[in-house]
Design a protein around this ligand. Structure first.
Ligand SMILES: Cc1cc2nc3c(=O)[nH]c(=O)nc-3n(C[C@H](O)[C@H](O)[C@H](O)COP(=O)(O)OP(=O)(O)OC[C@H]3O[C@@H](n4cnc5c(N)ncnc54)[C@H](O)[C@@H]3O)c2cc1C
Length: 314
């Protein structure tokens, strides 16, 4: 997709808006209004973002953050593989970081932009004979989303090798933060409020590219044998409670295959909700609430969503 905003779109925006900040940020990348979030989430659901921008580079991102009034809520967007946006949409500015997609190798130390796909990153690391992020070959998000979620699987996670990150603060300033200060725990990182991760630095260890690629292949085939990857989904919907598995609990509660509207608890893996084609966000959240309620009643265990519920839900 082009990083430059077509002139007719800018002219249209100029005719529609007198807000100075909207005009200012339209120079920094592709800016859209009322952009359907269903186009940007792997569940394929979600209403319109009031504003949506894809800054063309890091400077444009910093300038965007500095120009947007503090009253406008921002939502960082990676690949949208772990977020559920309401059908009513998001009343703020979504910032798509996919143009920040450079990576730099220096021995075992690797830095990657927020918009680098984790799959691509893991392949590049394999090419350089660097091990420690093989699992990323199977996770469909970007580096920014991966760090924000402390993504992981197959006994590896981002926090094993992350050393530092750079963020753009709400003021537009750039800040470096050590990984030790991010409170990286199971599927969670604490970033400064309303900040955006720009890049992440990892320290990996040398290994044979052939063996690294072999491990990645094994992980991919284990995943495709057990998960409903052909249908829109967001991966694991719930975090695994201490010492147990959300999928086991949901299945034991009799909910495997259970459907509300166009959303179904996968018959293949009970911690996945799939969009059968016409699901709404409301269907999905109702299914989430149902699973939480039934598991709580049956086993006295509170399932905590791993998927990020964006904005307001009634
Ligand atoms: C088929 C499938 C399999 C999956 N398997 C796994 C798995 O094995 N392990 C696992 O951990 N996850 C898994 N996931 C979930 C998801 O892919 C990960 O959580 C991933 O890290 C999310 O990355 P993303 O770029 O899609 O983030 P998004 O969904 O775009 O965003 C997730 C959250 O991070 C925030 N965020 C995104 N980018 C930034 C940024 N640059 N700065 C600040 N905040 C940001 C967003 O605002 C949001 O709150 C799976 C998902 C799918 C669809």
């Amino acid at each position: 997709m082009s990083a430059a905003q077509p002139m007719h779109e800018i002219t249209q925006l100029m005719q529609q808006h007198t807000d100075a900040w909207v005009m200012a940020v339209s120079a920094f990348g592709v800016l859209r209004e009322d952009e359907p979030m269903s186009r940007h989430t792997t569940l394929g659901v979600g209403g319109p973002a009031r504003w949506f921008i894809r800054p063309k580079n890091r400077d444009a991102l910093m300038a965007t953050m500095a120009a947007v009034p503090l009253g406008v809520e921002i939502l960082p967007l990676g690949r949208g593989s772990n977020m559920l946006v309401p059908d009513g949409g998001f009343d703020g500015l979504v910032i798509d970081l996919s143009e920040l997609n450079d990576s730099k190798f220096d021995g075992c130390v690797v830095s990657a932009g927020a918009g680098v796909r984790m799959g691509r990153f893991s392949r590049l690391c394999a090419d350089h004979g660097l091990s420690g992020c093989e699992f990323m070959a199977t996770v469909p998000g970007d580096i920014g989303g991966g760090v924000a979620m402390n993504a992981g699987c197959f006994a590896q996670q981002v926090s094993d090798s992350l050393t530092s990150i750079e963020v753009v603060l709400r003021s537009g300033e750039l800040k470096e933060i050590n990984a030790a200060d991010l409170n990286l725990v199971y599927r969670h990182a604490t970033l400064p409020a309303q900040s955006l991760l720009v890049s992440a630095t990892f320290e990996l260890h040398p290994d044979s590219p052939i063996q690294i690629r072999e491990r990645m292949r094994t992980m991919r085939s284990r995943r495709s044998a057990t998960q409903p990857l052909s249908q829109p989904n967001c991966g694991s919907v719930f975090k695994n409670p201490e010492g147990d598995h959300a999928a086991r609990l949901i299945e034991a509660a009799g909910l495997k295959g259970f459907q509300i509207g166009g959303a179904r608890i996968s018959s293949q893996h009970a911690n996945f909700i799939v969009n059968e084609g016409e699901a709404s966000s409301a269907d999905i959240v109702e299914l989430i609430r149902r699973a939480q309620r039934v598991v709580q009643e049956e086993f006295d265990i509170k399932l905590e969503p791993e998927v990020r519920l964006i904005g307001e839900w009634t």
